[in-house]
Design a protein around this ligand. Structure first.
Ligand code: PMP
Length: 408
């Protein structure tokens, strides 16, 4: 289906050796590697197109402005938003959630109101709401997670009250891989006239997203998790909501006119983009989206599912009891586990010495760890440039570590 060896050539970093061993990069949920076309786009931007955008009459400024706005249209088309001005460039998922939390709270939340999140959220989709809650006496209600790692949808439905003002939930869990039933989550909230923010950081790299079909009110994600540059991401918001929200930050670009008596804010999307935007990053972000489209999201999803199935089988057949966290029917290519009573950190350290990069710890989801009654997990997360041979080497590595750390 996919020519993985050809694809791997697009990612020079995958040829690295660490500790004299071929790098096996299984930390894709934290960040993905970048194909040459993305790196070249950044280089080309600085070499050939660099000028501050939206303000200049000169040639370069207009070229840079057009490239940035074209990138916005690419993001719009990629997630099937209706208008390009519904795409706000942010520093990433975290800033996008903070933007919505802060401005939504300013405009619509008051004492006694409630926001619903879930027990499997990343800290980025917990702390911004807690900050607003503390300042305004707002309650944050939490949808529990069952033993398979799925959201308890009955409990979700029961959380709604007259006071519920917003739902903010991850599309895909960065720890469990669970793909949440966002259509149902959104439809249920809309029945109560409550808008929904979906944290798509772990979904966008693995499946086709259609914000129009989802009818979602806000959808956020980061470029660096979908083979794009660090420091940029996108907030999609329905025009009707973005129009109603106040600006997030003040500064250049977000104004129509300024006087000491009265400042008039700019129209969308510029109202939310104070200061010089990352116009080099935006074009590289768009290039990354074109790159994955060139491979095909459906083909990426199918291949990653095959990797997940293969890795799950391998881990389960280890010569030691293994606990896998996240056994949802619908999962993305994330495998979180603990082997015997081996500490996740020891496992990660020793795998690293074999050239295998996995993540260990709480994965910025401490409340989920508390719910699972653990401190952390070992997490292997796969991208379409990974191979079954790498998974074989990973399984061998696990066997070696297990032998080293268990007394028999
Ligand atoms: N939400 C989820 C589900 C994530 O996995 C992450 C990144 N680990 C974030 C939010 C935060 O993304 P960023 O650090 O790019 O802002």
């Amino acid at each position: 289906m996919l020519d993985i060896q050809a694809i791997r050539k697009d990612f020079p970093i995958l040829g690295l050796k660490v500790y004299d061993k071929p790098l096996i990069y299984f930390d894709n949920a934290a960040t993905t590697q970048k194909p040459t076309v993305v790196v070249e786009k950044i280089r080309d931007g600085y070499y050939n197109v660099n000028a501050n955008i939206h303000r200049g009459v000169h040639f370069l400024s207009q070229a840079a402005t057009e490239a940035h706005e074209e990138a916005r249209r690419k993001v719009q088309q990629f997630i099937n938003a209706r208008y390009s001005h519904e795409i706000i460039f942010t520093r990433g998922t975290t800033e996008a959630i903070n933007l919505v939390a802060s401005t939504f709270a300013d405009a619509f939340l008051s004492s006694g109101d409630e926001v619903i999140i879930s027990a499997m959220e990343h800290h980025s989709n917990i702390v911004p709401w807690q900050i607003q809650a503390a300042g305004k006496d707002i309650a944050v209600k939490v949808v529990p997670v069952d033993e398979k790692g799925e959201l308890c949808m009955d409990a979700y439905r029961r959380l709604f009250s007259e006071k519920t003002k917003l739902v903010a939930v991850a599309h895909v869990s960065n720890v469990l891989g669970t793909v949440n039933p966002v259509e149902d989550i959104i439809a249920t909230a809309h029945n109560h006239n409550v808008p929904v923010l979906i944290d798509g950081a772990q979904a966008v790299p693995h499946m086709r997203i259609d914000v129009e079909r989802l009818d979602v009110d806000f959808y956020v994600f980061s470029a660096h998790k979908i083979y794009g540059p660090t420091g940029i991401g996108a907030l999609y918001g329905k025009e009707e909501w973005l129009d109603k929200l106040p600006p997030y930050q003040g500064g250049g670009e977000m104004i129509a006119s300024v006087s000491f008596e009265k400042t008039v804010f700019n129209e969308l999307p510029f109202k939310f983009e104070a200061g010089t935007p990352d116009y080099i990053g935006s074009t590289a972000f768009a290039e990354a989206l074109r790159y994955v489209e060139g491979i095909g999201m459906e083909r990426i999803a199918a291949y990653e599912q095959e990797l997940l199935r293969y890795a799950t089988e391998k881990v389960q057949s280890l010569d030691i009891p293994v606990r896998i966290f996240g056994r949802a029917g619908h999962k993305s290519s994330v495998l979180s586990f603990l082997a015997g009573d081996i500490h996740h950190y020891d496992m990660g350290m020793l795998l690293d010495r074999l050239g295998i990069a996995v993540r260990t710890g709480h994965h910025c989801a401490q409340p989920l760890m508390q719910a699972l009654g653990i401190e952390g997990t070992v997490r292997a997360s796969f991208a379409f440039y990974n191979t079954k041979e790498e998974i074989d080497a990973f399984a061998d590595g696990l066997e070696r570590v297990i032998k080293m750390l268990t007394k028999r």
